[in-house]
Ligand binder design. Sequence first.
Ligand code: PNS
Length: 163
Amino acid sequence: MTAIAVCPGSFDPITYGHLDIIKRGAKVFDTVYVVVLNNAAKNPLFTAKERCDLIEEVTKDIPNVKVDVFQGLLVDYARSKNAKAILRGLRAVSDFEYEMQITSMNRLLEENIETFFMMTNNQYSFLSSSIVKEVAKYRADISELVPSAVEKALISKFHHMTS
Ligand code: PNS
């Protein structure tokens, strides 16, 4: 049996924290589908296509990672790929309640798909897309937080918004 996992998120934009989880997940699962989904509570800076393109760019050297965009429920996407696992990263205790809520809802919707958590590397435990956007807006150096393609995309996005 091939082990297929779905790694879902807003990825607005992808950070080194996400990439760490994707790379480690790709060593455990045969195929990892990284999927950009809509989070109803968030108002994204990048379009879904832009986010997907950035993920493709920074994961292009990982052969068993595939990147996608999906409008709808995560469990429907996972079923369509025959995935039995959802892969999420956990940074700190503060993530726990939110992740428990999502996991419980997904289990209610589809009991045959299990959620697996990986602890984010300590180096990235403070890192989030939101905090990166916050500092990038003020032209701070974000080269240690996101891959260079993402850094360029953020600079360009904020440049266009202010000019
Ligand atoms: O990176 P995020 O914003 O924490 O990811 C949350 C996401 C996108 C995985 C979640 O909002 C989601 O699964 N959205 C798709 C709709 C869905 O399936 N909702 C039910 C589970 S909350």
